[in-house]
Design a binder for this molecule. Structure first.
Ligand SMILES: O=C(O)CCC(=O)C(=O)O
Length: 298
């Protein structure tokens, strides 16, 4: 249902249409090339309310896209995907029929980094002929819907994340399994299928089973929104309380451009209550070596 809101005298025609019961809103009545600090504050309010927001019918050049993103923080480059050396913070995901740069596993962006990305801002340049929708899931709801014993357990845990899927398994970071959002103060589940490798305080076997449960739970249909793109739409999401993935079902070429707003240290919802797992006399011990090495070296 669409609702007109008047949050800023500079954006009197803003129209917000909520897209699902869990998260997501489409926003019209604003031209993103004209956004300054006041409009950026309004956009952030909307983002923190809806977690992922879409602005259809925008046409930003790469430089305008970078300028828009710069309203929300420091932008980060990507060594493999940057379009040119003059704009290291701007990159493109291009795929034909599902082959190419396609992020088709559930993830929050760059959780393999000590300070993962907070916002991503994508500009759909070319839609495939069929398919290629993107899904997002609400990690506040994923946390809120756990039973109290599981909430208590998760809040005492941390997880190792790495960039193995990007051929860089040595890029690792440890983050709390439950984080507190620095703006809303709400707790969210912070493990994902793509980057999260193991629970630090559990044995390898326990971690495999528990992470499989948590990552499946986190992406239940009822926590999600599915977006069908049109060319020119800008999407912006908050990685601190969502996960996403693109549906790798498409036919034809799909081109999407992106800037990434970097973040800060992940704030734990509670103090860790357990020591890292340290079982030495088991045949499965070799599986603990990457974790042990990371804990030793950091
Ligand atoms: O292509 C998309 O729709 C999503 C891309 C993505 O997952 C990402 O940029 O992290």
């Amino acid at each position: 249902m669409a609702s007109a809101i008047d949050r800023s005298p500079l954006t009197p025609n803003l129209e917000v249409t909520q897209l699902s019961g869990s998260l997501g809103a489409e926003i019209r009545g604003i031209t993103l090339t004209e956004v300054g600090p006041d409009e950026a504050a309004t956009i952030l309010d909307l983002l923190h309310e809806h977690l992922v927001i879409f602005f259809p019918d925008q046409a930003l050049t790469p430089d305008e896209h970078i300028t828009f993103g710069g309203n929300f923080g420091r932008l980060e480059g990507h060594p493999n995907l940057a379009l040119d050396s003059e704009r290291p913070e701007f990159f493109e995901l291009k795929a034909v029929g599902g082959a190419g740069a396609v992020a088709d596993e559930w993830h929050s962006d760059l959780t393999c980094e000590a300070e993962p990305s907070i916002y991503a801002i994508l500009h759909m340049k070319k839609c495939p002929e069929f398919g290629g929708d993107t899904l997002w899931a609400n990690m506040y709801r994923a946390y809120d819907s756990l039973s109290q014993p599981l909430k208590d357990l998760c809040e005492g845990l941390s997880a190792l994340h790495d960039a193995g899927p990007h051929h860089a398994p040595d890029r690792k970071a440890i983050h709390p399994v439950v984080r507190t959002h620095p703006v809303t103060g709400r707790k969210s589940l912070f493990v994902n299928h793509h980057f999260t490798r193991r629970i630090v305080e559990m044995s390898h076997d326990e971690s495999e089973a528990f992470l499989a449960y948590l990552t499946r739970h986190a992406t239940k249909d009822r926590f999600t929104v599915r977006y069908h793109w049109t060319a020119g739409t800008i999407a912006m999401w908050d990685n601190r309380c969502t996960q996403h993935h693109v549906l790798n079902d498409f036919e034809g070429e799909r081109i999407i451009q992106r800037v990434t707003v970097m973040g800060d240290k992940v704030e734990a919802a509670a103090k860790s209550r357990y020591a890292p797992f340290d079982e030495k006399y088991s045949a499965a011990t070799w599986r603990d070596e990457p974790l042990r090495k990371f804990l030793r070296d950091r």
